[in-house]
Write a protein that binds this ligand. Structure first.
Ligand code: NCD
Ligand code: ZN
Length: 346
């Protein structure tokens, strides 16, 4: 008997679309299934001002194939020089949905990030007043802190103090990877939510390191021990409104992933919905996939859920995905869960 599942069209609350030929290549992969996405601003140079966001939004819309229905939700990259008046105007004009905080040096193209939080106090206060969410890459960058501990240390030493000094600031803990992240999000009030990626529900750190180094499983925050993956699975499949999908689909040319100093990022836009259906079914939670992918995110962002529906079918034979997609002269490897998947979006 074929099994089908109908849900409201999903949104992706954390997505890297890049620019140029890469944008052209990856945008349809997301727009095929997702109605909206929070667009990460870590271009080179980053999307810092309202003018940058307008230009980037226009490039995204120009790259969207005719007939595809997709709305990019723009963000600004918070820097120590961000002007509160520019943020206020961009938000009032409906141009931006959120700001993104990268601690300086935390990940790909984050050197312009924040070092001294006192320098962004004015912007944070404005955001708290207006209810503009701050999306946070939650890792400390101090060299003394082990890379596997960076998220947990960030929560204690940066995130919690930041939220205490800015009451009312609405925060999205992006791509949480630890049970400490899950616990902190659960304990927060209505001002706090967390996104979870598809790949962190599937891989733990062994996938990266056992049997040879696997660059296509390397992303930031890096996947942690199995107990953390299980905590993320429990949170995502629980239906709890504080947890929702942010794929962090982050394409890099294979040439730069398969490299002595490989880039961080997993590209999951192509098969995310299939993988999520597999994961949720495995955990007996198919009925809660819609909450995770289509309802909890809009509720936090104070946007209506999508009216359109998608239907997914579980096929008897495994579904095949391309191993990679072309992007200009480059290729981008599609995330491989390492097991057969039978669900496909119709
Ligand atoms: C992202 C990228 O490549 O832009 N990489 C990643 O591993 N997730 C940056 C980020 O979101 O950390
Ligand atoms: Zn990201």
């Amino acid at each position: 008997m074929t099994q089908t599942l109908t849900l409201r069209r999903p949104d992706d609350w954390h997505l890297h679309l890049r620019d140029g030929a890469m944008l052209q290549a990856v945008l349809p992969e997301t727009a095929r299934h997702f109605a909206r996405a929070i667009i990460m601003p870590n271009l080179v140079p980053p999307v810092v001002t309202a003018a940058d966001a307008t230009a980037y939004r226009d490039r995204i819309l120009a790259a969207l194939p005719a007939g595809m229905d997709f709305t990019p939700l723009m963000t600004l990259y918070l820097t120590e020089g961000t002007d509160p008046a520019d943020v206020a105007a961009a938000h009032e004009a409906g141009l931006i949905t959120a700001l993104k905080l990268y601690p300086a040096g935390a990940t790909t193209n984050s050197h312009g990030g924040v070092r001294d939080f006192d320098k962004v106090r004015g912007v944070l206060e404005l955001m708290a007043e207006r209810g503009i969410p701050l999306c946070i890459h939650g890792e400390v960058t101090t060299p003394e802190v082990d890379i596997f501990d960076r998220e947990a240390v960030f929560i204690d030493t940066v995130l919690d103090p930041l939220r205490r000094t800015t009451p009312g600031l609405r925060v999205v803990m992006e791509h949480i990877t630890t049970k400490q992240g899950v616990e902190y999000a659960r304990a927060g009030g209505a001002d706090l939510a967390a996104t979870i990626t598809t790949h962190h529900l599937i891989i733990n750190r062994n996938h990266i390191l056992v049997g040879g180094i696997k660059p296509h499983y390397y992303c930031l925050p890096v996947a942690k021990r199995e107990e953390h993956r299980l905590a993320l699975r429990a949170a995502a499949t629980s239906g709890d409104a504080r947890f929702f999908l942010g794929t962090d689909s982050a394409p890099h040319p294979d040439r730069l992933k398969e490299h002595a100093c490989g880039c961080a990022g997993c590209f999951t836009a192509t098969n995310t919905m299939s993988l999520l259906a597999h994961v949720f079914e495995e955990d007996g939670a198919l009925g809660r996939l819609e909450a995770f992918a289509s309802l909890n995110g809009p509720a936090f962002y104070r946007l209506p859920p999508n009216e359109a529906r998608i239907t997914m079918t579980k096929h008897a034979a495994p579904v095949t995905f391309p191993a990679s997609i072309p992007a200009g002269d480059e290729t981008v490897t599609v995330f491989d869960p390492g097991y057969p998947v039978h669900w496909a979006v119709d």
